[in-house]
Design a binder for this molecule. Structure first.
Ligand SMILES: *Cc1c(COP(=O)(O)O)cnc(C)c1O
Length: 390
């Protein structure tokens, strides 16, 4: 372990940097999760957390990683043998599919090249030809964190409606919630799957299911085995201000403070900040002469940028140079883009000067490597930030 001076520049696309305010909120004595103070706190928190999902019905909070919340969404709404339509946007879509397969669901997995988002046209066609309405759910990832591609969820909703199909819509917003516009109720999403450690600026450890009445109705007939994830006892306990088992009390304190911060800034301002910092990042990548893994500008992620290295160069080698010399972890390539891309996280508690530091670390690392690139990426990003400040 080397001696550190200053804070480590953690720029992976989750877990993201946790604000000092949130750290302080977590650093409180743990209280009785069955006592009167907790009940008051929970009622307030459950109301407020709905606002970040723009969910009118209910948000379930699990002491879990995002993967637990994925599993919860499936086991509460589906039965063995049910068909679920999923889309291969990248590694996270693959991992979610694997859970569905392990539970004996029949997955129709629309193949993808990991450089594009969900094509609503394909969803519409698949649903239109499903005359017996055997597809019970459509499951997509809003921000594919392995590729830096964001899909248009409202268009997926419109595709389902255009096909006049009754399938549930399940959406993973684990990396995008709090960073990119999202509207659970307005977009007619039935289950939204969230996590704490990305746009929500918390440490890992909370999973979310935002649900609507259609999802709750589906859960009454869903036959997949479940216990810990079962919505029903949680909903009942929540209505009394409690949880059926010990919640992550101190992370809930942190969540309350993270919500304070997001609402003080205003969600729209937070989204605009992410868009500005993401665009500055892309200007740097362009100037370096490197390629964004995302192909369509309309699908560029404001959460992270996955940078594709020229053939024959190892992205993990570059990450190692940057980590060893400048103490900055960047996101590794996941799944089939391992070694080909590195990922710059620009999400959550993040500002102009943090971005300048991040891009400086990348540009210095490129200089120390044998990767061909053009200098001046940092300056291009700064120029964009100067023009778009205030
Ligand atoms: C991080 C992530 C997950 C997995 O969350 P864990 O907390 O690691 O289980 C799932 N989906 C997306 C889009 C993610 O970014």
């Amino acid at each position: 372990m080397t001696t550190r001076y200053g804070r480590q520049f953690l720029q992976i696309p989750g877990p993201s940097n946790v604000p000092d305010r949130v750290l302080r909120a977590i650093d409180q004595p743990t209280i009785d999760h069955r006592g009167p103070d907790f009940k008051e706190f929970t009622w307030g928190l459950l109301e407020r957390v709905k606002k970040v999902f723009k969910c009118e019905d209910h948000v379930i909070i699990y002491p879990s990683s995002g993967s637990g919340a994925w599993e919860a969404a499936l086991v509460n709404t589906l039965s063995p043998g049910d068909t679920i339509l999923m889309v291969e946007t990248g590694e996270f879509a693959v991992l979610w599919r694997d859970i569905a397969i392990r539970f004996g669901l029949n997955v129709d997995f629309v193949p993808g090249d990991w450089r594009h988002g969900v094509d609503p046209q394909i969803i519409e066609e698949k649903l239109k030809t499903d005359e017996s309405q055997s597809i019970k759910a459509v499951a997509v990832v809003q921000n594919e964190t392995s590729t830096g591609v964001t899909s248009d969820i409202f268009k997926v909703r419109q595709a389902i409606d255009a096909a006049n199909h009754s399938a549930l819509l399940l959406v993973d917003v684990i990396s995008s919630l709090g960073s990119v516009d999202y509207r659970h109720s307005e977009w007619g999403v039935d289950v939204t799957i969230g996590g704490s450690q990305k746009g929500l600026m918390l440490p890992p450890g909370l999973g979310f299911n935002a649900i609507n009445q259609k999802a709750i109705k589906a859960s009454a007939d869903a036959k997949l085995p479940k216990s810990y994830w079962n919505w029903s006892p949680i909903l009942e306990s929540n209505s009394n201000g409690f949880f059926p088992y010990t919640p992550a009390t101190n992370l809930l304190f942190g969540l309350d403070e993270a919500l304070n911060m997001l609402f003080e800034e205003g969600l729209d301002n937070a989204f605009a900040r992410h868009a500005r910092l993401a665009e500055a990042t892309r200007r740097a990548v362009d100037t370096w002469g490197l390629e964004n893994l995302a192909i369509n500008p309309s699908e560029y992620s404001n959460v992270l940028t996955a940078v594709l290295l020229p053939e024959g160069h190892d992205a993990d080698g570059l990450r190692q140079i940057i980590l060893e010399n400048f103490d900055m972890p960047l996101g590794t390539g996941l799944g089939k883009v391992k070694g080909k891309v590195f990922r710059i996280g620009h999400l959550g508690w993040f500002n102009e000067l943090m971005l300048a530091g991040t891009l400086s670390g990348v540009e210095m690392g490129l200089s120390l490597s044998d990767i061909p690139f053009n200098a001046g990426g940092v300056q291009a990003a700064l120029n964009y930030l100067i023009k778009n400040s205030g």
